[in-house]
Structures are given as structure tokens and as C-alpha cells.
Design a protein around this ligand. Structure first.
Ligand SMILES: [Zn+2]
Length: 141
């Protein structure tokens, strides 16, 4: 049985290819409107964070639930075919993510991870409000 319904799958697939994927655009537009200024896809930092806010010493990663293995997420499930291939590939992604987060933290950056499931319409407002609250905290700490 395929646990993804049709709508979910097309949402997931739409997030995979381009650099400027929709979930990232949602977050960038929202915080930009509130006056936050940031760099996009900063290649000078480990892991090329999606959003970098130097003033807040914060890097934001917007992670796809599938590619970055969001644990206990209903939108993550192992593919039914080529299981070994996917396990290796996804585990490599997760290892690389953790390595990059550690490198960034060693450099004094704070990390915020937003999962694409948290940007689905029913959760989006909450997620974005929490994000802004966290950013404002980061400037004072
Ligand atoms: Zn998720």
C-alpha cells in the first residue's frame, strides 16, 4: 500500500528539483516582509544554508521530509522499490546534514530547521510565527 495520497505525492515531488523550491520561497517572503534581511543559499558556509541571517547569527535549513528523513513524520516513508539504494542515499544525506550542522555550530551559528511538512497550509502560520519568535530571541542571546 502506498501511504502517500495523490495530493501529498505531488506536493513532495514539487519540492525536489529546483534550488528555489516553493517551501523556501514561503519562508523567505514571510520574513522579508517583516523586515528580516538574509542571504540565500550561501555557499561560503557548510551545507549551503537556504537562508542566512548574519545579524541574527542564524542559519535556516528548509528540509524536505523525504530527502532529509524527518523522523516520526507521516510524510516520510521508505520507497517500496530499490530499498537498499534509498537507505544508503538517505542515510548519507542525514549524516551530511549532521556534519554540516556541527560545523556551523562550531563557527558560532545557530541552526533552525524547518521541515516541509511544517509549511503545509494547516501548519504554516504556526511554523512561521514560531520561527520569527526564535529569530528575535537569537538576536538577544
Ligand atoms: Zn515532516
Amino acid at each position: 500500500m502506498d501511504v502517500h495520497d495523490k495530493k501529498t505525492r505531488s506536493y513532495n515531488m514539487s519540492c525536489i528539483h529546483s534550488r528555489d523550491t516553493k517551501p523556501e520561497t514561503i519562508v523567505r517572503k514571510y520574513i522579508f516582509k517583516l523586515g528580516f534581511r538574509f542571504k540565500k543559499n550561501d555557499k561560503s558556509l557548510p551545507g549551503t544554508p537556504d537562508i542566512v541571517l548574519p545579524k541574527y547569527k542564524t542559519c535556516i535549513f528548509i528540509n524536505g521530509c523525504f530527502w532529509h528523513r524527518h523522523t516520526n513524520c507521516k510524510y516520510f516513508s521508505w520507497p517500496k522499490t530499490n530499498v537498499e539504494f534509498w537507505k544508503v542515499k538517505i542515510c548519507e544525506n542525514v549524516k551530511r546534514d549532521n556534519r554540516n550542522y556541527n560545523l556551523l555550530m562550531d563557527l558560532g551559528w545557530k541552526i533552525i530547521i524547518i521541515w516541509t511538512c511544517q509549511l503545509r497550509p494547516e501548519q504554516r502560520d504556526n511554523t512561521l510565527q514560531n520561527l520569527v519568535r526564535e529569530l528575535r530571541n537569537n538576536i538577544s542571546t
